[in-house]
Design a binder for this molecule. Sequence first.
Ligand code: KG4
Ligand code: ZN
Length: 329
Amino acid sequence: MIVLGVETSCDETAAAICSESKILSTIVSSQLIHSDFGGVVPELASREHELLLNSIVEKAIQKAGISKTDIEGIAVTKGPGLAGTLLAGVCFSKGFAHGLKKPIIGINHLEAHIFANFLADSDLQFPFVCLLVSGGHTQLWLVEALGHYRLLGTSRDDAAGEAFDKGARILGLGYPGGPEIEKLSQGGDREAVRFPRAFIKDKNIEFSFSGLKTALLYYMDSYDKNGNITKADIAASYQYAIVDVLISKLILAIERTDVKTCVIAGGVAANKLLRKTVKESLIDISVLYPDLALCTDNAAMVAYLGELYLKKGVSSTMDFDINPNLKLA
Ligand code: KG4
Ligand code: ZN
């Protein structure tokens, strides 16, 4: 089955073609327009999607070497995300599906992130634990089968990606903050500043990152740039604090569930320190993560998951709605 995937939950306009669980093409256009604002401006993002969608989808079709009429189904992100940007993608996709007279399915963005791991290894077996770390979510899931997910723990406040983004802003870096902090951290001493690690000694599976961000803010208030500690040291210490907490709770989740496989997903899963530390910390566990380009927002994961559902005969009716606060379970 040939499926077109469309993703517009935030500031990436993305389209991809998937056929028999293989990605034939994937196009992602990241909106640079927001970098001057230090974060995504929803109104600008929606307008950009509307301007770009047609050409991005055309490109995906062309790159896949198919024609529009070969498409047998459309999968589009329906939530969670920004209301206006979700609407841009869903309205476009409904029109497309209507024109082609093909089925459409609204996809949960979080579920798609998790399933991006099957694009890294098609032999990935259920059950597995997933550390889902994006700009809006930090969650641990027990993934038992397609459609069967158990939440093991989540963040009380900020998500890990948010901690990177807010930390970057405090450090005077650009948006998105994760890659910026990662870059600045290179060569920095991660032991230079001991930032707080909320709940790290507790036996609960819960995260909190708002205190960490505040600690950085206070630290920078009294920071002496002529002293021994460089900005690279601070970035490395901040990144280490985030990764340290994520790993400790991931280990706890694996102990609790007794599974033998774990995956990471979402934009923060692109972080090299996190990828390396997960592998090093979980010796007897099979660890998997998507290619870098499939960690951050993309439509390949949407098309892949859409094909799984459409092949099972699951689709949405034409009047399905977006849901900016859509949950996974
Ligand atoms: O999954 P994603 O692309 O969008 C959401 O669904 O939110 O995740 C975006 C988040 C941003 O907070 C961004 O700073 C973070 O992922 N991110 C990273 C890296 N690349 C993206 N965080 C740490 N290290 C990275 N290399
Ligand atoms: Zn995402």
